[in-house]
Design a protein around this ligand. Structure first.
Ligand SMILES: Nc1ncnc2c1ncn2[C@@H]1O[C@H](COP(=O)(O)OP(=O)(O)OP(=O)(O)O)[C@@H](O)[C@H]1O
Length: 334
């Protein structure tokens, strides 16, 4: 699907017809189905959806970090700055991963080695990717820690991950991710494992770094509220499919697919009455094994369902220019 706001900047990342299946004893689990998405340089895209909607499989596909048993659809293409990523060998991907596309994961401890100091991990990345001599890498390590808002960086470099708070650890992981000045940074639920007070600080840090380094960014989150404050564009995933895509304010002002509208209603608002019950979407998204039955995957939970929703699969298509959605009975205006 073409990036909204077409004409501003070249497309840096293009995902076309991406399907991913995992073989299981119950048949192939369909994790992603025909996902196409373009992202222009310097833009931030939030990928939003409930647990299991395929957000992480999408980001891992881009980095070629899927488990070897994953089956990628033969017609899929993922093109990053003209490089066909799915056609690269793992050795070639080493030159892209970490260097041109970096990732920040949910739990900083999965990215950090618990038995090595922060300094050795940060410096090693710089030496490995950028061939820096030790002294220069150490100096750059200090600068990076300062950039991500860590005080007394000399002391921190000699500490082990467990000696740092969760927020501090995520700052270190972010410093490692930006070390090689990647063009694309993918942050997968970067604040979910952190205290609420620290979450906002980490998001602010990512936003500042995005601006300062003119990075293109993908933020994966289950929280549309977080996406709103962060991203230029929002892509909503549901049960392995992309179901709505537009610039952030269009998704908020005029969501077209009832699922996006329901997600919006489930965000707590400051003007809600005290103790007002939060809206929740009843039911759960389906998991598809083998070929998906015809129909809209959201139909069973949808307030606007009509017979066609069960009979035919809606394609993803643009309504107003730059606003694409997958729905037979879209909301015309909110
Ligand atoms: N290695 C795997 N083997 C089998 N199934 C998998 C594997 N990884 C993911 N899946 C399945 O693929 C689907 C999409 O998973 P994914 O992790 O992308 O969802 P998500 O939207 O990122 O969810 P969450 O917010 O919980 O991380 C899910 O049904 C999940 O169970």
């Amino acid at each position: 699907m073409a990036a909204p706001d077409a004409g501003h900047g070249e497309v840096l990342l293009s995902v076309q017809n991406l399907g991913v299946r995992f073989p299981t004893p119950r048949g192939d689990l369909q994790a992603l189905d025909d996902v196409s998405i373009d992202l222009r340089r310097s833009r931030t895209l939030a990928i939003v959806g409930e647990s299991g909607s395929g957000k992480s499989v999408l980001s891992r596909s881009i980095l070629r970090l899927l488990p070897s048993k994953a089956l990628v659809s033969p017609t899929a293409r993922i093109v990053f700055d003209g490089i066909d990523l799915l056609a690269q060998s793992q050795a070639q991907m080493q030159k892209v991963r970490g260097r041109r596309i970096a990732m920040v994961f949910q739990d900083p401890m999965t990215a950090l080695n618990p038995v090595r100091t922060i300094g050795s991990q940060l410096v090693e990345g710089l030496r490995l990717h950028l061939n820096m001599p030790s002294a220069a890498a150490y100096q750059r390590g200090l600068e990076l820690l300062q950039q991500v808002g860590i005080n007394s960086p000399e002391r921190r470099l000699s500490q082990y991950p467990h000696e740092l708070s969760g927020g501090m650890r995520q700052r270190v992981v972010i410093a490692m991710a930006i070390a090689c000045q990647p063009e694309l940074l993918i942050a997968d639920e970067p604040t979910t494992a952190l205290d609420v007070t620290v979450q906002a600080e980490i998001l602010e840090l990512l936003q500042r770094l995005q601006r300062e380094h003119d990075m293109t960014m993908i933020l994966i989150t289950h929280d549309l509220g977080v996406a709103a404050g962060f991203a230029d564009e929002i892509a909503v995933m549901y049960a392995g499919q992309l179901v709505e895509r537009a610039v952030t304010q269009d998704v908020f002002k005029t969501p077209r697919m009832p699922y996006a509208a329901a997600l919006l209603r489930s965000i707590p608002r400051l003007d809600d009455a005290p103790h007002a019950e939060l809206f929740t979407i009843g039911g759960r998204p389906p998991t598809t094994y083998g070929d998906a039955p015809a129909g809209c995957r959201y139909a069973a939970r949808c307030e606007r369902r009509v017979a066609r929703c069960d009979a035919e699969t809606p394609p993803i298509a643009e309504g107003p220019p730059g606003h694409a959605f997958r729905c037979w009975r879209p909301l015309e205006w909110q």
